[in-house]
Design a protein around this ligand. Structure first.
Ligand code: HMG
Ligand code: MG
Length: 315
């Protein structure tokens, strides 16, 4: 299959990136991060999670973040209190939040999230550790979120975690991934994001997993979500592009990880994905130099090492 001519990047840094950080950021800093990312041309940004603050304290105050974000048409965001015109050419700006249950979904509606994401797993043990229920129980829980979302006309994205390996169970069968992906898609998720939560995938294994999933879900409804623990994420993304996938999750500065996946490190850095795609002539609509400056800014605030090779090379 020929490579796509354009790709959509889903920025997960303000959610996946910050949920695993030692330092919890104040809502105003999270808002500035999101607005800087939007100003780089990213149109799909995960802004936070409505999960239990006892489980993930870093995502507490997602309500304040959503309230403070600037979302007017034409002037979609504001940095340092000066309104900035944005090129609203392609997609409208969309802010997603994670909602594990109806309680989270109701908060998402109250605080006007543009879309929500439910998150399941292909591994029983990870499901229990992450959302305190079995895969079947989680799918039942998601049904009530889906019905409420249909009534409110809110798009729902579905995650499948541990699509290659699980920190508690080891290798995961592609058929297990395909089954959960199909169930989420049949339930009404408009897109399924396949998460290599602990970054153990390699290109051939990624393609075998995708082979199984693509028998159940159309290729244009699939995104890949690669953590870079073993440095394989770009190779896995390339292998996915070869199979026609054109939706890629990534996080600024390679921030990220899941507090309930032992050993998981950050997502692939958004800068590194944009650099690779641009070098291959695949259009993203994202300004790399603006991403690099946001990447440096957030790493200074978090007082942590930048995980983006591209930012380290050109800063
Ligand atoms: P539980 O303890 O089984 O839930 O947790 P519960 O219904 O018994 O409620 C317990 C308490 O949580 C109650 O409060 C509820 O009100 C509260 P209390 O009475 O004790 O004060 N609660 C909530 N509070 C706020 N928002 C809510 C909510 N629901 C219940 N929505 C639960 C079950 C799902 C809530 C919990 O396990 C949880 O919050 N888990 C979230 C874990 C998480 O966010 N993990 C990271 C995201 S997933 C990920 O990173 C992977 C991904 O990136 C893809 C990949 O890399 O593969 C997406
Ligand atoms: Mg993740």
């Amino acid at each position: 299959m020929s490579l796509p001519s354009s790709a959509t990047i889903i920025e997960v840094g303000p959610r996946d990136g910050l949920q695993n950080e030692v330092k919890t950021l104040e809502p105003d800093v999270r808002v500035e991060l999101i607005e800087r990312l939007a100003s780089s041309g990213l149109r799909k940004i995960e802004a936070g999670s409505f999960v239990s603050p006892k489980w993930v304290p870093q995502m507490n105050h997602t309500d304040i973040v959503l309230t403070q974000l600037h979302r007017q048409d034409g002037i979609q965001f504001r940095l340092n209190n000066s309104p900035t015109e944005v090129d609203s050419a392609a997609l409208p700006l969309s802010y997603t939040v994670l909602t594990p249950n109806l309680q989270g979904f109701e908060s998402a509606v109250q605080y006007k999230a543009d879309e929500v994401a439910i998150f399941g797993a292909a591994s029983e043990s990870f499901s229990k550790k992450n959302i305190n229920c079995s895969i079947d129980e989680s799918l039942k829980r998601f049904e009530s979120v889906m019905s409420a979302a249909k009534r409110s006309n809110i798009p729902v994205r579905g995650y499948v975690s541990t699509v290659i390996g699980c920190p508690y169970e080891g290798d995961i069968e592609p058929s297990a991934v395909a089954q959960v992906a199909k169930t989420l898609f049949d339930m009404g998720c408009y897109e399924i994001s396949l998460g290599d939560t602990i970054g153990v995938g390699t290109p051939k294994r990624f393609q075998s997993m995708l082979d199984a999933v693509l028998k159940e879900v159309p290729v244009n409804r699939i995104a890949v979500h690669c953590h870079n623990t073993y440095g394989q994420a770009l190779a896995n993304i390339y292998a996915s592009l070869e199979m026609g996938i054109d939706k890629i999750d990534s996080a600024i500065a390679g921030l990220g990880g899941c507090p309930y996946a032992k050993g998981a490190s950050g997502n692939i850095a958004t800068e590194d994905v944009v650099y690779m795609l641009s070098g291959m002539g695949i259009e993203t609509g994202i300004d790399l130099s603006s991403l690099v400056s946001t990447s440096q800014w957030i790493c200074n605030i978090l007082d942590r090492q930048n995980q983006s090779k591209v930012t380290m090379a050109i800063q």
